[in-house]
Structures are given as C-alpha cells and as structure tokens.
Design a binder for this molecule. Structure first.
Ligand SMILES: *[C@@H]1O[C@H](CO)[C@@H](O)[C@H](O)[C@H]1NC(C)=O
Ligand SMILES: *[C@@H]1O[C@H](CO)[C@@H](O)[C@H](O)[C@H]1NC(C)=O
Length: 484
C-alpha cells in the first residue's frame, strides 16, 4: 500500500516538475510582504499560498489582488474571503491569479459579474459562495469553470433554479444548495451535470415534490432532500437514479410510502424517511431494494406497528430505526423472514407495553437494541435469550419496570460489561420498582435474596466472566432461570 503510494506520488511529482520546467517557471510559493496585502493574511502551504481576508471590503480586497497579479507563477491554493462587505464581485478581480480553492462566505455577495470568475477556468476546483445574498445561480459567471469539482451555494436566497443553471460545469461532482428558498427547480436545471455529478444536496428548501430535474442525473450516488415540504413520492420520481446509494427524505411531509416507490433504485443502500408524518407503509413499498438496502430510518413518524410485510423482502437490512413512533405492540412474528441480518434495532420512545416471548427469535445478528422510553413493565427472559449472546448494547432505561426475577438477564449482562465504554456504563442507572417495598432499585442491585427467585444458576460461575471474554466484548450465554 505505502509502496504503491510512493510510486504514484513520485510519478505525479515527476510530471508536475517536468511540466513546470518546460515553460521555464517554477511555482512561486512566497507570500507578498504583509503590509502590501494588509488586512489580508498569507501563509505558505505545501501546494501554494493560503490567503485570507476577513472583516474588510472590496477596496482592500481588490488592492491585495492587484499585488498578487504582479507576481509571476504564484499559486494561490486557498483564497478565503469571509465576513466581508462585498456585495458585488467585479469583473476581472482575479484575472491572472491561479486560484485553486475560492471561498467567499458571509460577505453579503449578491452580484457576481460575468467576467469575475471566467478567468479561473483552468485552476479552480472548489468554489464556496455560501451564506450570501445570491437570489439566483450566477450561471454566466460559472459557465467557464471546466475543472470545478465542488460548488457550494448553501445559505443563500435562491428561489428558482432555472433551466441550464449549471451548464458548462461538466466536471462537477458535488453540488450543494442547502438552505436556500428554492420552491422551483426547472426541468432542465441540471442539464450538463449528468456525467459526473455524484452528490446533490437540495435540502432545507421549500420543495413540495421531487423535482423532475433530478431524474436525469444517472451517476448520482447521494441525493439529499431533507427539510423540504414534499408530501408525495412515487415510482416515477426516481426513475433515472440507477446508481443512487443514499436517499435523504427526512423531515418532509410524507404521510405514506406508496408501492414500488424506490423500485428503480437498485443500488440504494441507505434510505432516510425519519421526521415525516408516515402512518402507512405499503407492503410493496420497498420492492427493488431486496439485496441493496442496509440502512433504513423511519423514526419520528406515526407508525403503529412494525411494518413487517414491507420489511420482509429486505434481505440485507442491518440498521432499522423506528424510534419515536406510536408502536404499542410487537407481534410474535414481527421479524420473521428478515431479522437475520439486522444488527441495530432502535425502538426507543414508542408505546410498547409488552414483548411477546419469541418476538426477537430471528434477530440472530443483533448487536444493539434500544427499548428506552417505552411502557414496559416486564422484559421476559425468553425474549432476550435468543439475542443476549450477540448483544453489545442494550438500553432499557425509562420504562416502568417492576423488579422481578425475569430481569436477572440484564443484571448478569451488565456485570459482564465491566470495563466497557462509559456510554454503556451509564445504563447502570436503569431502575426498577420493587412493588411491595414501594421503592426503586438500580436493576443491577435488585435484592434477589428477597425476591424468591428459583434458578439453576443463582450466581454466575467465575469461568464465564473471565477477563479475556470481557476484553473481546463477548457476552457469556444467558444463564437460564426458573422464576416460580
Ligand atoms: C458575518 O459577517 C459579519 C461581518 O460582516 C459578522 O459581524 C457576523 O458575525 C458574521 N456572521 C457569522 C455567522 O459569521
Ligand atoms: C397512538 O396509537 C393509539 C392507538 O394505539 C391512538 O389511540 C393514539 O391516538 C395514537 N397517537 C397518535 C399521536 O397518533
């Protein structure tokens, strides 16, 4: 590995050096004298200069740029203009300066003149215009940036993304428009981006539907549309997104997940639907995701039952988050047919009163189980028995638990967590109520001697809690009890 890198770097280094020497100039990594570019600051970095101008204005920035223009073969690896008063980016302000990463952040920028950025086509790979006053995408100024990889327009005031807004940016891989005021994205808005664009963030806007324009981005891997007002999705919305790996629809206004909604997304690995108002998930909702989907977030919705019919086909599902719903009941066969692959199950903040004896029987790979903040009074020993060997994290805090012999599995399990991470140790605060004494006990110090528990193994044998087992995070098998 290291060897390969060394060779690669040597080759790259050679090409770079020979490329430079052929035109006679070697890169200039010397900062101009401080007083010449004041109030901007300059530092020398490995790949060029790092120049920062903050809390100043157009006059001082232009002056500093003029000084840089007078120095031959200077590479400005970073030019960061932040917290300035720069309402207009003037034509030719950067002409003749080789800038690779340009940031103009929180600087009241509203107008980007066409020829302000057009001279930067050769070197510029990252452009960050976040937190300004742009009311639209400054398309004419962007159209010659043929090497741009990342464009950040977050936190501006863009309301409409016009057709061909990014035309010319044929190398762009990442585009983020998070937290603008976008209500309309015209159908041809992303024209020219389909070959290279891998990530698109249009979250935090006012979209009410999935824009047709995203359907043409056949190389997109990650699409973020969280925090909009999308109330319906359908199969057609995602037709062209055959390479999509991750889809974010959290915090929208969805009320149901219709049949085959994601059927074109054959490579989808992660789906976020949390924070909607979902009450119904069609049994066919996840058709097409059988062998791809691993992460599914459905928390903060209004789901009343584990949507087993829809989940059943997800043979690779690892991470299932159903927190903060209105699930009150878990049927015995809730995880039949798809539970094998699940390693993480979050059911916290629901309304679960009762766990059926064999309910977790199929969760053979479960490592994390969160049942915090439910209405559980008992957690039957039988339900934990099939999973306690693989579990590394169990959270049963904030339930109205009664101290009974059934809970001994937890006490034993905790005892074997000694020396594990602090987060898990905090779970020691889990309490249960000792009914006839009208007081609470931490579960790990339940007064078993006064509880008349009858069991085969009242105390764990020393062999099963050997330090090596603890160190390797193996949990000894549950010791069966008979509580009569
Ligand atoms: C934005 O810049 C102004 C100066 O123009 C500064 O006072 C303010 O604190 C900055 N805001 C943030 C969030 O950095
Ligand atoms: C939760 O479900 C119960 C029925 O199980 C229902 O009575 C209650 O209204 C639901 N709560 C919400 C917030 O929908």
């Amino acid at each position: 590995m290291n060897h390969c890198w060394a060779i690669l770097l040597a080759v790259v280094g050679f090409c770079y050096v020979s490329g430079q020497s052929s035109n006679g100039a070697s890169p200039n990594f010397q900062c101009p004298p401080h007083q010449e570019i004041n109030p901007c600051a300059c530092n020398v970095k490995k790949n060029g200069l790092d120049i920062m101008c903050e809390f100043t204005d157009n006059f001082h920035i232009s002056k500093a740029m003029t000084v840089l223009k007078g120095r031959t073969s200077v590479i400005v690896f970073y030019l960061k203009l932040r917290h300035n008063n720069l309402p207009k980016l003037q034509s030719f302000i950067f002409l003749g300066i080789d800038i690779r990463h340009l940031t103009i952040h929180n600087s009241s920028l509203a107008v980007v003149e066409e020829s302000s950025l057009s001279s930067m086509g050769i070197g510029l790979t990252q452009l960050d215009l976040s937190q300004n006053n742009l009311g639209s995408v400054p398309s004419p100024a962007l159209k010659n940036l043929h090497h741009l990889l990342i464009l950040n327009l977050n936190h501006n005031k863009i309301s409409v993304v016009h057709s061909k807004a990014f035309e010319g940016l044929d190398t762009l891989e990442i585009l983020t428009l998070y937290e603008n005021k976008i209500t309309t994205i015209e159908d041809g808005a992303f024209k020219g981006l389909s070959k290279k664009l891998r990530r698109l963030n249009i979250g935090g806007n006012g979209l009410t539907a999935v824009p047709k324009a995203v359907g043409h981005l056949d190389n997109l891997r990650k699409l973020e549309m969280q925090e909009n007002s999308i109330s319906h999705i359908s199969e057609r919305d995602f037709e062209g997104l055959v390479k999509l790996d991750s889809l974010g629809l959290a915090h929208n206004h969805l009320r149901n997940v219709p049949p085959k909604a994601f059927s074109h997304l054959k490579e989808l690995n992660s789906l976020e639907l949390d924070g909607n108002s979902i009450t119904f998930i069609d049994p066919e909702a996840f058709v097409g995701l059988e062998v791809s989907l691993q992460y599914l977030r459905l928390g903060d919705n209004n789901i009343h039952t584990i949507p087993s019919d829809a989940l059943k086909r997800l043979h690779r599902l690892r991470h299932l988050d159903l927190r903060s719903n209105n699930i009150s009941f878990i049927p015995e066969d809730a995880f039949t047919g798809f539970g094998d692959s699940i390693t993480f199950l979050n059911l916290q903040k629901n309304n679960i009163k009762f766990l059926p004896a064999m309910g977790f029987d199929n969760l053979n790979s479960l490592e994390t189980l969160n049942l915090q903040n439910n209405k559980l009074v008992h957690i039957p020993e039988e339900i934990m028995e099939p999973i306690v060997d693989t579990l590394r994290v169990v959270d049963i805090m904030d339930n109205p638990l009664i101290c009974d012999c059934e809970l001994r599995w937890y006490k034993d399990w905790l005892k074997n967590l000694k020396d594990k991470d602090d987060e898990m140790m905090q779970k020691k605060r889990t309490v249960c109520t000792m009914e006839h004494e009208h007081r609470e006990y931490p579960v790990q110090s339940m007064p078993l001697d006064r509880m008349n528990c009858v069991g085969k193994n009242m105390e764990r044998t020393s062999a099963s809690s050997a330090p090596s087992l603890i160190a390797s995070a193996l949990i000894p098998p549950l010791i069966m009890l008979n509580c009569l």
